[in-house]
Design a protein around this ligand. Structure first.
Ligand code: GLA
Length: 732
């Protein structure tokens, strides 16, 4: 009775009768999903529905079916003060009311989808907000963001400017998200949303994914499942501070509000007259195939549209960091290159330690960042020589930089430009890594030019440079800018990341083919704000294969395998001291973009032969591993010591690869057959075990129907701690 009344009120308020409703319905659809909005001129934009695809007739039926939960699609801090708002504006006249009313709706075809812009204006002031929706048909992703334009006479202050709002209707919503820390990134957390507010946020200022991640999933049918259940995935495409708020409606416990965007702490943004601020996109996807369905959609979207050069497979590389750390010499670089060549790798990357200036050396991590000259003591013949050496060996050459950072009073950059650092006058700055590291003030256009110049100089000195590892190893401390005026200090957080985008755009315009890795003390910057400019990311400084099973499980929720760098490193592992068999280490690293992070000269002859074969097989299977559809079979969190983390299937279902790992072992602890996913039930698959050491699985070499593999499963004989399997399936 109460609900009928509410529906009636809603319909009357919205003028919802007969055909009129259809006129104002705005459907934003993808191949399998629809978001339905209601845009009536002179009224606030309403959110009506997000879920499986519906047509226009069905959209009208939604009103008849009677869910009155429709809410303002972009809630403002307005007359109804206690509501959850996405935007709060202090107008030029000091008032903070904002009532956005629809003026128009524009639709335009864009690559792979459509851009729908709902143009709104404040009821009183000339403050305009475009609420934008961009569909990606084949990925079932809809991005949403806003563009705020100030046509008032003076500055307006955006005190809050979230990207998007989504009301979710379900009595039993579960949240899945990733949380971690340095060396332990992307651990999975799942919990039901209960009364009160849950906030996921990060305020590092520079690296926004070491703690919480700005990607979440909502399971609308209770406890999250990998293969089934209505699930929404949301990824905020932003590299700076963010917050995602989830709150129950105070009057309706089956309705909760989700708001995502730039975090508002110390981040008020002054928008001058006639200026526009575009908020970061929130990418949304909906599926009824559970968390696995969300991941596949996001991966498809990422590869096709979001990740730089996302449809390309990545090279097998060796990175020098764990092999020699800062102790770089020409001879050692030669030796590492000889090693990666012998293994069958394709690229060599020289990490930290190669640069210096007249006054400062990079022998420890406390000096010379910012002084990007080759250290001739270590590398007398310079970069070009290393590139030539690599080339003679059939390898590409890459290098490490950390261009947004410098060392306070320990770099020539500081000696020349002390004002280029973030700082507060009269306050001794917080200095981080090595006791001296501090962040440059990227809001300053001269600093932006400097950072672009770092890449320009490398490309001039070494024009064939194929790869850059772009690192960022400190938080944003010393919140003060000598460049921004006294009335703009609160926009360092946001301004910094807008500037970073500009810098990266300039670099990409000049060097579209340069492969650039996004690194920030490991996985501190794994976000879709930055990935449009990067080909891949360094997943974690922790290369321990056991922990990597968990880290890669979490990372794969939203990020595709060709972006996820995974390296085989030494035993015992340098971060955990754990000793893990080489086979297990390869089986784990081969689930992502394979690399090596150790001295190949440390391999025994037997290990070398194993590694060579593993690299050769990986290169053969790389298209399906890096670009295939991901199915996660057994979670390391749920199955008492076993994980069958990743199964990759080619688009035509003709080829698949999967991995299984025994994480801990107790006597008598057997593992049931593991049910595969994503195969064609009507085809049969030839089973081939790879990276074999010791006994083989019983099915090795056999031809087995896809139906049986998916229903009855495959016995894998995982009988010891750190037993692992890598299996290739080929349809015949
Ligand atoms: C960071 C990176 C490492 C390495 C070092 C070099 O910690 O995550 O991979 O490049 O910096 O200083």
């Amino acid at each position: 009775m109460k609900r009928t009344l509410l529906i009636l009120i809603a319909m009357l308020t919205l003028g919802m009768t007969g055909t009129k409703a259809a006129e104002n319905d705005v459907l934003v659809s993808t191949d399998n999903t629809t978001m339905l909005l209601f845009a009536k001129k002179g009224e606030p934009l309403k959110f009506v529905y997000y879920g499986a695809r519906i047509n226009e007739q069905q959209a009208s039926d939604i009103w008849l079916a009677g869910d009155a939960s429709n809410r303002n699609a972009y809630p403002t801090f307005n007359d109804w003060c206690p509501n959850e708002s996405a935007i709060r504006v202090r107008h030029a006249n000091g008032q903070i009311m904002l009532n956005l009313l629809v003026q128009d709706v524009e639709r335009k075809a864009v690559t792979g989808g459509e851009l729908v812009t709902v143009k709104t204006k404040d009821k009183v002031q000339p403050l305009f907000v475009d609420i934008c929706y961009r569909s990606y048909n084949n990925a079932d992703v809809i991005e949403t963001w806003t563009e705020v334009t100030n046509r008032e006479k003076k500055d307006v202050v955006l005190e809050q400017y979230a990207s998007a709002y989504l009301p979710l209707r379900s009595a039993n919503v579960w949240l899945s998200h990733q949380h971690g820390q340095w060396g332990n990134e992307c651990q999975m957390y799942e919990e039901p949303l209960t009364a009160g507010m849950k906030v996921i946020s990060n305020r590092d200022g520079g690296r926004n994914t070491h703690t919480d991640h700005p990607e979440v999933m909502f399971s609308l049918d209770g406890q999250p499942r990998e293969t089934m259940g209505r699930t929404i995935g949301a990824a905020l495409c932003w590299s700076g501070n963010y917050s995602m708020r989830m709150a129950f409606d105070p009057y309706d416990q089956s309705l909760f509000h989700f708001l995502a965007g730039v975090d508002e702490t110390a981040a008020a943004y002054h928008l001058g007259a006639n200026q526009t601020l575009r908020t970061p996109e929130l990418a949304l996807t909906y599926t009824d195939e559970g968390k696995g369905g969300v991941s596949r959609n996001m991966h498809r979207w990422a590869r096709q549209y979001k990740l730089h050069n996302g449809m390309a497979v990545r090279d097998v590389l060796l990175n020098s960091w764990e092999g020699v750390y800062l102790d770089i010499t020409e001879e050692k670089m030669h030796k590492l290159m000889d090693g990666v060549k012998q293994l069958g790798g394709e690229l060599f990357v020289m990490d930290d330690g190669w640069f210096a200036s007249d006054k400062y050396n990079r022998d420890k991590d406390n000096a010379a960042l910012g002084d990007w000259n080759v250290d001739r003591r270590k590398l007398p013949n310079g970069l070009q020589h290393l590139n030539d050496y690599a080339k003679q060996h059939g390898l590409k050459f890459g290098i490490w930089i950390e261009p947004e950072m410098s060392n306070w009073k320990a770099s020539e950059l500081y000696d020349k430009h002390p004002d280029w650092f973030l700082q507060n006058t009269g306050v001794e700055p917080v200095q981080q890594r090595g006791g001296t590291q501090a962040r440059l003030d990227l809001c300053n256009p001269k600093v932006q030019d400097f950072v672009v110049g770092v890449v320009d100089r490398l490309m001039t000195d070494c024009p064939e440079l194929a790869y850059i590892k772009w690192d960022d190893n400190a938080i944003t401390a010393n919140y003060g800018s000598t460049y921004l005026g006294s009335d703009r200090q609160s926009q360092i957080y946001t301004g910094y990341h807008l500037a970073l985008r500009k810098v990266l755009e300039r670099i990409r315009a000049k060097y579209p083919d340069l492969v650039i890795q996004d690194c920030a003390s490991g996985g501190g910057r794994v976000n879709y704000g930055l990935l449009p400019y990067f080909d891949e990311f360094w997943t974690s400084d922790n290369t321990d294969a056991l922990q990597r099973v968990y880290i890669q499980w979490g990372t794969s929720q939203f990020f595709p395998a060709n972006a996820m760098a995974a390296h085989v490193s030494a035993a015992p592992n340098h971060q955990t001291q754990r000793t893990i068999p080489l086979k297990f280490r390869f089986d784990v690293a081969e689930a992502g973009r394979l690399g090596i992070e150790m001295r190949p000269s440390d391999f025994t002859t037997k290990q070398l032969a194993f590694a060579q074969q593993a690299v050769e097989d990986y290169k053969r299977l790389r298209p399906v591993i890096q670009l295939g559809d991901l199915y996660r079979l057994l979670s390391p969190y749920e199955q008492g010591g076993v994980a069958a983390s990743h199964m990759y299937v080619s688009a035509d279902k003709g080829k698949a690869v999967f991995y299984a790992y025994k994480l801990k072992h107790f006597v008598g602890h057997t593992v049931p057959p593991i049910r595969l996913q994503g195969l064609d039930p009507n085809r049969s698959y030839r089973i081939k075990e790879l990276n074999k050491v010791g006994n083989s699985i019983t099915a090795d070499g056999k031809l087995i129907s896809g139906k049986v593999l998916m229903e009855a499963g495959l016995a894998l004989a995982l009988d010891n701690e750190y037993a692992s399997r890598m299996v290739e399936l080929t349809a015949e």
